[in-house]
Write a protein that binds this ligand. Structure first.
Ligand code: XMP
Length: 326
């Protein structure tokens, strides 16, 4: 059997009891593989890397070294939340690296989406590598690869991209959840004591807000994406849509339109709202947001977010639009 093929006999982990058994087995497996050596985990705060970190902490305690790299393209409050949950609730060993200035400098003036992705991916590995070198005795890398990543190997997650790791960062891999589907990862995460804010976190692309601030990233538009996204998330949570809609976010494109504020002509950015439902991200439909909620979000964005004079709702399904704008 190919070691990258989910065993046919493997039961689907749909109950807490099955998750507990899975955890027990993986803890023993990891202990056998790693023994008293250290494992480095790139903790993005997404469900997959969080579950791997929590599982490793259960298995080898403080020999799990979590590194959270803030590339400056994360959502509002995200880094603080992830670091605080892992340090305080999970009692983890977490290094927080604020690399935002470095990423933003590298991205200055770059408008091609694929080049932006490449820069973010390469820079991420460079920062991670520098941190790894500072810690003695790291032999292993804990990775949040899950089964769909293996099946759809075309779906490249920068943070999980084994092929993208440079030669001199040759770690042995620890991939305890590589045969799990997303719903199973959630059940396992819950049993490992991760809070709902992580378990139910919506998918977030590796390049983060960078692909939602279209064209060359500027600080003013990045701020507008971050602030409008925070308003959208807050309003969706209050309206009970948080767990109902698969992915929702805002985009700030790199063109302006005229407007008027306090009797003065303005030349500001639009904010586009996107809220989609899907099973596998290959196709997607649009969530029907109540008109009153859309109005409320629009009003808030127009009054609270600097440099914005229009709010639009993207009604395009996938296909032919993709979920992200870049
Ligand atoms: P698209 O835009 O291709 O997105 O319809 C499908 C899903 O993939 C996510 N996405 C990414 N995830 N790195 C990631 O880790 C990326 O470069 C990337 N691009 C898109 C997107 O958020 C959606 O959930």
């Amino acid at each position: 059997m190919n070691s990258n093929e989910r065993p046919e006999s493997m039961e689907r982990i749909v109950t807490p009891k099955l998750a507990d058994t899975f955890i027990e087995e993986k803890v023993i497996e990891v202990q056998k593989q790693v023994r008293d050596r250290k494992v480095l985990v790139a903790l993005s705060g997404g469900i997959d890397s969080s579950v791997v970190a929590a599982l490793l902490i259960r298995a080898i305690g403080n020999n799990t070294i979590c590194v959270h790299v803030d590339h400056g393209l994360l959502r509002k409050g995200e880094s603080e939340q992830v670091v605080s949950i892992f340090r305080n609730q999970m009692k983890a060993n977490v290094a927080y690296i604020d690399a935002s200035e470095r990423f933003l400098k590298k991205l200055e003036g770059i408008s091609d989406p694929e080049q932006k992705r490449k820069i973010i991916g390469t820079e991420f590995i460079a920062v991670f590598e520098e941190e790894a070198k500072k810690i003695n005795g790291i032999e292993f890398l804990g990775q949040g690869t899950i089964y769909p990543d293996i099946v759809e190997s075309k779906c490249v997650k920068t943070h999980h991209n084994v092929g993208g790791l440079p030669e001199n960062l040759r770690f042995k891999l620890v991939e305890p959840i590589k045969f799990l589907f997303k719903d199973e990862v959630r059940v396992v995460g819950k049993q490992l004591g991760l809070p709902d804010s992580i378990i139910h976190r919506q998918p977030f692309p590796g390049p983060g807000l960078g692909v939602r601030c279209t064209g060359a990233i500027t600080r003013d538009r990045l701020m507008a994406v971050r602030e409008s996204d925070a308003i959208l998330r807050e309003e969706f949570a209050e309206a009970g849509l948080e767990d109902k809609v698969w992915q929702y976010f805002t985009i700030v494109p790199d063109y302006r339109s005229t407007g008027v504020r306090n009797g003065q002509r303005i030349w500001d950015w639009p904010v586009i709202i996107r809220a989609v439902n899907t099973k596998d991200a290959m196709t997607a439909t649009i969530e029907e947001i109540p008109w009153s909620l859309l109005n409320k979000i629009t009003r808030r964005i127009l009054t609270e977010v600097k440099g914005v004079n229009r709010v639009l709702y993207d009604l395009s399904p996938k296909p032919c639009a993709t979920i992200e704008w870049e």
